[in-house]
Design a protein around this ligand. Structure first.
Ligand SMILES: Cc1cc2nc3c(=O)[nH]c(=O)nc-3n(C[C@H](O)[C@H](O)[C@H](O)COP(=O)(O)O)c2cc1C
Length: 182
């Protein structure tokens, strides 16, 4: 897909069909994540691909808040971790968050290009996620995303979730771009 079309096409998907996601598509998505740029090319990220339905249900009920409970229907969840010691820090900015963030966006755009839905999940209980997935203490859980084929999401519940997630409308360029100086 043309890049601008892809950027427009990707949307947060919060309702998934029962159709299983093919292994080769997950492999392509992970390859896109692997190719992301990072601080000094340290690649501080690691990913957990969860397909086990009970584990996904536990993530949906204990690993995150009530407004993300729709996650339990997702066929796959990819959890992104970062190792802060493997990345850098400048101006009070920890670059492991940037590294993993870019890599996650590669995942989401690649998934969209394959006709798959994703949704960045930032509202989670790190301690619980660590316990559920056995994540080592030296790693930070940065985010996770469900992956699956989108289903019709016009229902009341999804609309409510979208409402709490915030409007998907973007600010106009005039509001966010400054030319030559602030
Ligand atoms: C850092 C971050 C955290 C987010 N956390 C959640 C979340 O916990 N649950 C959720 O449903 N959406 C979450 N989102 C998705 C945003 O609500 C969504 O990207 C935004 O409303 C724009 O909509 P769009 O993705 O459809 O373009 C998160 C997005 C980001 C970037």
């Amino acid at each position: 897909m043309d890049f601008m079309d892809l950027a427009k096409e990707r949307k947060s998907v919060r309702k998934y069909s029962d159709k299983e996601v093919e292994d080769d598509k997950i492999d392509i998505i992970l390859e896109a994540a692997r190719l992301a740029p990072s601080w000094a090319n340290k690649q501080c990220w690691s990913y957990i691909v969860v397909r086990n339905k009970e584990t996904i249900a536990e993530i949906a009920t204990k690993g995150t808040g009530i407004f993300n409970s729709w996650l339990k229907k997702a066929p796959v969840v990819i959890v992104a971790c970062g190792n802060p010691k493997e990345s850098g820090s400048r101006n009070d900015m920890d670059y492991y968050l940037v590294d993993v963030g870019i890599s996650m966006e590669h995942i989401m755009l690649q998934a969209a290009d394959l006709g798959l839905g994703t949704c960045w999940i930032g509202w989670f209980d790190e301690k619980e996620m660590r316990r559920i997935l056995g994540i080592p203490e030296n790693l930070k859980v940065v985010a996770f995303t469900p992956i699956g084929y989108p289903a019709d999401d016009s229902g009341m519940r999804t609309r409510l979730t979208k409402f709490f997630a915030g409007s998907a409308k973007r600010k106009p360029l005039e509001e966010i771009v400054h030319k030559d100086k602030w």
